[in-house]
Ligand binder design. Sequence first.
Ligand code: C2E
Ligand code: MG
Ligand code: MG
Ligand code: MG
Length: 280
Amino acid sequence: RAKAEGRGRFQYYSSSMTDAARDRISIDARLRRAITRGELFLHYQPQIELHSGRIVGAEALVRWQDPVEGLLAPARFIPIAEETGLIRELGAWVLREACRQGRAWLDAGLPPLRLAVNVSAQQIRHGQFDQLVEQVLRETGFPANLLELELTESVLMDAHSEVARLLDNLRARQIRIAIDDFGTGYSSLVYLKRFPLDVLKIDKGFVDGLVHDRDDRAITLAIISMARALGFKVLAEGVEDPEQLMILQAHGCDLYQGYFFSKPLPAQEFVQRLQVQPVS
Ligand code: C2E
Ligand code: MG
Ligand code: MG
Ligand code: MG
């Protein structure tokens, strides 16, 4: 395992290494530099309230402009960063950058928007995550009640008391907790009542089949009614066409995001998109 300390890196040119392993080590080293050299940036995907059709927030999604390979999507480097542990530094950078941008938008007179930031299980497992959040909010002046943290189900299946305490601390600060890719992780529903949560994000996989697949539709609608009964907001991910939207609307889904409304956008384009909607 090529850990941060770099013992593995001496094997960089070893002929016994597979291409995949070499690729992984090379990406890890370059990504480490990318964080400090400003090669990372964020795209923002609008989140829309279904009943009003208004943008009420955005999900921050990391991008990497690599000098050699060009623009890299997170699928190319997040899994590697998770393996090497670099995700903790990367995740801290993303959180800080999203809050800095959010504060700058407020200062520029834009209406308050909620910003959702993805948090990896590793960031939670390694402790002091609530302190990092506290520090970033203090540094940037971004309001805690506009921050939403997206966790995956796997986080909630770890060391329960620790995670519960962490989430309690965050929620005491009015930070919202969302479960990302809901329905694709561990199929235990116990954590829905054990943890303080605010939003369930229905995985795109189910939303994809909403119109034509009976099972996906049943699952999507069941998630919506369960979320509502438990007092959570529910957001559908990856909405691509108006038929999906109509079904979601008819069944009381609160929010959505997806290419139908907009792809994730660079900050400036996101602001332009925002200015098209009527002022609240
Ligand atoms: P996610 O958090 O579930 O983010 C949603 C992904 O779906 C994004 O891909 C987004 O571009 C894509 N998407 C949204 N709407 C549509 C649609 O209508 N159609 C299709 N085909 N795709 C849609 P992206 O930006 O490539 O990110 C992929 C994953 O990488 C994210 O999934 C998240 O798990 C991870 N990721 C991205 N940024 C970060 C980050 O800052 N930290 C961590 N830990 N993970 C991140
Ligand atoms: Mg997400
Ligand atoms: Mg998701
Ligand atoms: Mg997803």
